[in-house]
Design a protein around this ligand. Structure first.
Ligand SMILES: [Zn+2]
Length: 140
């Protein structure tokens, strides 16, 4: 007998299709379905073969063209980059989570549960924390 999807299944799938990195707890919060139910439904959908894989979506445009660690601005990366091949030493451009500017040196990090936000400087980090204080308390 085929598995008949209900609104709970559909909302779990929709939530994970937006970002499959989410934990069952995050999906639970988003959909209003309890965490154990999310987990059980997810496993059932995997067993049924409807959910085949959680695919990693890599933004290759974040790789800094022509730049590799320790090579400065050497243009030797151009070709490899064109083929979308990942190599060790490639640099990933990081934007500040507050001012959206390029993070030049070592980013200033704000840990939020099991994720983190990156900033160009400590004042952007403080301003971000002030701005999102209410929401951050819910996350932690
Ligand atoms: Zn900034």
């Amino acid at each position: 007998m085929p598995l008949k999807l209900d609104e709970v299944d559909a909302s779990i799938i929709r939530s994970l299709m937006r970002d499959a990195r989410k934990s069952f707890r995050q999906v639970s919060r988003e959909t209003g379905v309890s965490t154990p139910t999310v987990k059980a439904r997810y496993q059932r959908l995997v067993r049924a073969g409807l959910i085949r894989a959680a695919v990693l979506d890599v933004d290759l445009s974040k790789l800094e063209r022509g730049k590799m660690a320790g090579m400065g601005m050497a243009g030797r990366m151009g070709q490899q980059w064109h083929h979308g091949r990942l190599r060790k030493g490639m640099l990933v451009g990081i934007k500040c989570d507050y001012c959206k500017g390029q993070v030049g040196g070592k980013p200033s990090v704000l840990k939020l549960g099991n994720s983190e936000r990156l900033f160009c400087c400590t004042s952007c980090r403080s301003l971000y924390r002030e701005k999102y204080q209410g929401r951050l308390r819910q996350v932690l």
